[in-house]
Structures are given as C-alpha cells and as structure tokens.
Design a protein around this ligand. Sequence first.
Ligand SMILES: [Zn+2]
Ligand SMILES: [Zn+2]
Length: 583
Amino acid sequence: MKENIYPLPSPNLKKYLVDHELNNQEVEFLNEVLEKVSLIPLGGLGEIGKNMMAVRYGDNILVIDSGLMFPEEEMLGVDMVIPDISYLQENRDMVKGILLTHGHEDHIGALPYVLKDINVPVYGTKLTLGLLDHKLKEKNIKGTVLNTVKPRDVVKIGVFTVEFIKVSHSIPDAVAIAVKTPIGTILHTGDFKIDQTPVDEDVTDFHRLSQLGKEGVLVLLSDSTNVERPGFTMSERSVGVTFEETFGKIKERIIVATFASNVHRVQQVISTAVKFDRRVAIVGRSMVNVVKISKELGYLNYPEGTLVELDEIKELPPEKVVVLTTGSQGEPMSALTRMANSDHRQLSIMPGDTVIVSATPIPGNEKYVSRIIDNLFKQGAEVIYESFSGIHVSGHPSQEELKLMLNLTKPKYFIPVHGEYRHLIKHAELAEEVGIPRENIFVVENGQVIDFTSDTGRTNGRVTAGRVLVDGLGVGDVGNIVLRDRRLLSQDGILIVVITMDKENGSIVAGPDIVSRGFVYVRESEELMEDAKVKVRLALEKCEEKQITEWSTIKSNVREILGRYLYEKTRRRPMILPIIMEV
Ligand SMILES: [Zn+2]
Ligand SMILES: [Zn+2]
C-alpha cells in the first residue's frame, strides 16, 4: 500500500487497508463516511471581532456566538461588519441552535441579522440574553426562543449535549461552552481571563474545567486576543483600587469614559462614586442601555438615588459629580468626542474637570483617541489615560493564563481562535510549549473546515466565509465596487458632465454642463471648467467623425479625454460621470 496522507482512526481499519491495498481516493472515501465531528469557523479567526464557530456532527449543526466587527477605516460609510452565513443558509435545516458565551457585541452583535434568516433557539446566560433581547426588540425581530442557562447547566440539543462553564471576563455571566459529541468533547473558552478576585466574586470554574480535562477534551478552542502579553492579566479589582486612590485626590468633577459593555468597570466606577459621596450621571445611548438592563437583572448594585439625570448635575457642586460616558475609543458620534469638541448639547468640559479614559484603544483607534485627549486638554481638563497604569486592565488572558487553560483541560487537539493571524500563531507556539504536539494544533482561517475523529484531526476543504457589510438598512449590498467608488469619491471628488443630444442626428442640443463636488473650488476654477467643456465637445466631435453612435463608447471617450486633461492640469483624478440625455 502507498503511504497515505490521511491518518486513519482504528488499528483494525489500518490493517484492513493494508490487506486490501486501498488507494488514497478510497481511503478518503472511507474517511468521509466514518464518524467525524467538523469544526467550521465562520468568523473571529485572523481578525478581532465577528466571532462565530459552527460545530457539525452528521446533519446536526450548533453555532457558538454570532458577533459583529466594527468597520475598518477603508470601509467608508459602513456601520458594521457581520459574518457571511452562506454555509448556515445552505444547511439551514441542520442548524439546531445558537449558543452564546457572553454579551459583548463581537459575540452577539450579528444575531439580529442571523436570526432574521435562521430562526433557531438561542442559549445563553441571563445577562447575555437580556442584552440580546433588547437588540432584537430594537430591530423588531420577534418569535425567537431564548433559553436561559446557568453555569454547570447541561442541555441536550439535537445529538449534542452542551454544558456551560463559568469563566471570568470583563462582563458578568460569561461562560465557556463544552459541546459533547459522539466523537468527543469540543471545549470553547469564549473570552476569558483567570481573575482570582473578580468584581462579581464569581471565579472561573477551574474545578469543572479540570474535571472536563480528566474526562477527556478532544478539541480546545481558546481566546488568543492577548497572547502577546507575558505573565498574568491583572485582576479587574485592581482597577477599583486605582479608582479609589484617584477619586480621593480629585476635588472637582470626574468624567469616566469606558466601554458600556464592561459592566464590571461600570460597577467599580459607581461604587467608588458612592464611597466618595458623589452622584453619577450616565451619558451615551449604549451606556444608558447596558446600565439599565444590568441593573434590572441584578448585575449592577448601587443604592437608590445614586444615579442622576444629566441636567441635574448643574445643581450639584462639582465635587459631588461623576459622569460615566461612552467614547473611550474616540468614536466620532460618542458623547466624549462631542464634549471634547464642545459640541455636546447638555455637557461641556470645564477647567478643573478630570477625565479618566478607562480603556485601551482597539488597534486602529489610537489616533482618534489621542485626538480626543488633546482636545480635552485644550478645553482645560486634566486627562488620565492609558499610559498611567492601573486605570484599565484587559478582560482577556495573558500567556500564563492561556497555558493554565491548556494544562487544566489537557486537550488532544487545539485550535487558537479570537485573534489576528499572528495571535493565532503565537498561541499555537504556547500550546506546543505546554506539550501539545505540533501536528495536533490547527492554525486555520475563517471557512476552513477541520474534521476530527476520536484520534485524528485534519483540515478538509473550505466553505464560504467572509465579511458582510451593513450600511443603514442595507445588509450585504455594499461590496467591493461600492467601496471602491466611495474611495475614489473621497480622494478626488466627482465631475458630472451633462449633454443633451438630438435623437435624430446626434447633434448637441444643450450643454455640455459640468457639475463637480469635492474636486476643485469651482468659483476659482472657472477657466478650468470652461476648458473642460471644450474638451468634452472635442471628444463628441471625434465620435461624430468616426460615426460612433454607441452611447457607452461616447461616454468612455468623454471620460478618457476629459480625464487626461484634468490630470494634466491638476494632477487629480476625479470620478467622471457623463450623462447623455436624448431629445
Ligand atoms: Zn468579550
Ligand atoms: Zn470577544
């Protein structure tokens, strides 16, 4: 028998193959029909955000998380990015449910779009489903079955048995998920950190994780976001200590910006405010929502009367005020940005204010954040931000925590998830360090299918995976062509050339008229515009000479001759849009 590239499951089968001299094709066929469980990453691998992982056994599919990603800078005008779910649409009858690890946007943000199309039961903890429910109501998605689970709950879904395991993260009620299949257990950590003193006193369930390890974990999928950091991530509680020290020194108003979804941080700001007898005003739509939902569900605790409306703070002395706001990422429309630009209707920065930015900029947002910090300083505020340590810690695990997770759960196979490509590679190296053989580690990309039997694992082809852009009400209609046009428009503007022609003989009846936007300041470029019209006429005459009557050809001639002229004169390449009207 020839050496085959596919490792085979059982010694008996191996013997059979040797005895019967099967070729590779036959071996592959056998592998196909053999029992296997497939993992199909649909998002979150090779990127930060839009996390989504499908687990398939036979004709049963479970989906873990359905997140969104914020658009990159070159995605002009795009509101958000969600995973391409063609694979789930093609196999919609097989999808038995969606399991959620926690309530962050990069894990639940795409659900309104997914559920609109694939309406299957959703399983998550109380806070996660509370945040989701609000989203579904906002988007008017009805009829979804939401099943609330608690850590250590065991639920049967299709052929799978699913268990939820408590982990610490920057939001309460986060869980890891174990999907038990006939082939073996798939353990997905979700986002986690090993926090020995979490704010909600709900420590990662080390005990259960190590038990699972003992029972046997076939595949571990683990959070790679912070893999570049050595050591341990500091406890969230340490931020509380820093807040106390800082609040203690400040005599006037305090404005704290953080992620709305970082409920533990929000709790610590409010608790510290209470300790220093300050009232708290909440600013920013998402912050107001998250505080409201978390309080209602019992995940935020503070005495009655702690919160005040924003317009009430004017009545209070500055040393009694804390403003808790969104905008820690420099988002252009956020409350903090508007305050920094003295553009906020109800709140302006006053000299003496201290602004604490309690977050790290997501890669790509650094320059927005530094612009805001500059503007806040210009307004006379004192700003405490990232480079002063202690006012922010990450919600994700550093290297030692990742190793601990690997050692506790002792997986046979390992797939690093939630991270850019370099994070996945680094995480794979860590796994090797703790003794997982290289050939049992899969660094894969979105869409790459990995098949496991009880003692083999291999990549097996690809399914459609990618990005769907959401802009306003449009989902997926903005693609590469629209983005390219937006980019061109944003670079050198647009020139519209309107020509009215006689239907009978093709002569010019009126025009050419030229309208431009974002190209030149027209009032100071009359000559250029007049010359441009001459060029257009020239192009039309040439067409007439050559007896070209095809409109598309006439248009491309106009575009070419005018484009060349404008580039010569201005070194700019505006988009040229000829419009021919017939009379
Ligand atoms: Zn998270
Ligand atoms: Zn995440």
